[in-house]
Design a binder for this molecule. Structure first.
Ligand code: AMP
Length: 428
């Protein structure tokens, strides 16, 4: 008996994952699958790249097969919500591989692409619907789908959904899904708001955790170069040119910054692409495909666009700028060292960013190895630094970047947002 069989999964699913090269369950899979099969609510705390998708996708498919029902028109039997288009597409692609020998149907819906084909596809009903919250509500409002038959709700990367202001959308969606549902919530970090969300939506949940919240991926070697902001571009270009065999993901704070850096790399002879909120869906897909198939070696990204992306060959993650929120660092560096491989996370830290680095070290409990440059004498308080930086450049705004809720984007053109309304409220 294989380890997957002893977890209680059906042979059809096991055959599919064996063909995908999964022989041994990862820790989150070993811990989560039995609880999900027993129909327990679950709060899963797992690092990025730990096999979360199969941890919920396999038992979900198993249970749907066991129920042996067909979806009603315009209905979904299970709903998976994820923060970004890329992550939705990735989850759906994984699920399609798991269930390819079964009669189950997977449908994904995301913003930024035409809604009519999605309305048509949903007309037949679906077993598993994978969606970004904004587009899903748009489809609900157009009566293209109803959620009252969904007896499974999965919230993946819940912390990022909150960061992107989806809290009201999540509340609304949770109210539309069947009351007798099983709810699974996954998050890499555990801020207070997630605890609250879990308290509201999960019923006596089992808690599984494969690493303490905020802990960085074990296999990632982390280092930092102290270098002035103005020197960073040339510094990074030289470093990447000197290592022609690497596959790199570079994180910037702003979409304009990311685009500028990508152009500078291309001008220096590096094959690079970019992915951020100003790119269309097809441009984003092309860039990711390029890094996957090796036609580009560097992908320059902003946080919002890059969350959850799984590109197995990424050997290096560069933080061209450190993220303002320490948790984002954990997500960024989790893009490398996936599925058991090793990886490097290299940060370029200007003197003004030193406070951010200290916060990251505090969160992760890891002291990042200094590779070059002088450690700044003191760390600027983060709040002060943020104000100084934000005067110069605005970090990429979640909504503008996600572009997930077309309805909302359309309305935004006509209605001025009341000044005191929060981004979260607007997202609802
Ligand atoms: P995820 O955290 O779901 O994005 O998964 C990260 C990567 O690990 C993906 O490339 C998966 O295909 C792969 N993976 C997940 N579970 C297993 C497993 N049990 N054995 C081998 N690879 C896996």
């Amino acid at each position: 008996m294989t380890e997957f069989q002893s977890l209680g999964l059906s042979d059809t699913l096991i055959k599919a994952i064996e063909e995908m090269g999964y022989t041994t369950p990862t820790p989150i899979q070993t811990q989560a699958i039995p609880h999900i099969l027993e129909r327990k609510d679950l709060l899963g705390l797992a690092q990025t790249g730990t096999g979360k998708t199969a941890a919920f996708g396999l038992p979900l498919a198993h249970r749907l097969l066991e129920e042996d029902k067909r979806p009603e028109p315009k209905a979904a039997r299970a709903l998976i919500l994820a923060p970004t288009r890329e992550l939705v597409n990735q989850i759906a692609a994984n699920l399609v591989s798991f269930i390819r020998e079964t009669p189950l149907r997977v449908t994904s819906v995301v913003g930024g692409v035409s809604i009519n084909p999605q309305i048509k596809r949903l007309g037949r009903g679906t077993d598993i619907l994978v969606a970004t919250p904004g587009r899903l509500l748009d489809l609900v409002d157009r009566k293209a789908v109803h959620l009252d038959k969904a007896s499974y709700l999965v919230l993946d990367e819940a912390d990022q959904m909150l960061d992107l202001g989806f809290i009201h959308a999540l509340r609304r969606i949770a109210g539309l899904v069947s009351k007798k549902r099983q709810t699974l919530l996954f998050s890499a970090t555990m801020p207070r708001q997630i605890e609250d969300l879990a308290g509201t939506y999960l019923n006596n949940p089992q808690r599984v955790e494969v690493a303490p919240a905020g802990r960085t991926a074990d296999k990632v070697a982390q280092s930092v170069h102290f270098v002035g902001q103005k020197e960073k571009t040339q510094f990074l270009v030289d470093m990447i040119i000197g290592r022609p065999d690497d596959t790199c993901l570079v994180f910037c704070r702003t979409k304009h910054g990311a685009e500028r850096l990508m152009k500078k790399m291309v001008a220096s002879g590096v094959s690079a692409g970019s992915i951020h909120g100003n790119k269309s869906q097809s441009q984003r897909d092309r860039a990711i495909k390029g890094l996957r198939d090796g036609s580009i070696k560097v992908l320059v990204a902003t946080d919002v666009a890059a969350r959850g992306i799984d590109i197995p060959g990424v050997s290096h993650v560069y933080n061209f700028e450190l993220p303002e929120v320490a948790e984002a660092y954990v997500h960024r560096i989790g893009r490398t060292a996936r599925a058991g491989a090793d990886g490097d996370a290299v940060s370029l830290c200007s003197p003004e960013e030193y406070g951010l680095l200290r916060q990251i070290e505090k969160l992760t409990g890891v002291s990042v190895k200094v590779e070059s440059g002088d450690v700044p004498a003191k760390a600027l308080p983060v709040g002060k630094m943020r104000t100084q930086r934000s005067r110069k450049r605005q970090p990429e705004k979640a909504k503008a970047a996600g572009g997930d809720n077309d309805n909302q984007n359309r309305q935004a053109k006509f209605k001025r947002r009341p000044r005191r309304q929060s981004r979260a409220a607007h997202a609802a």
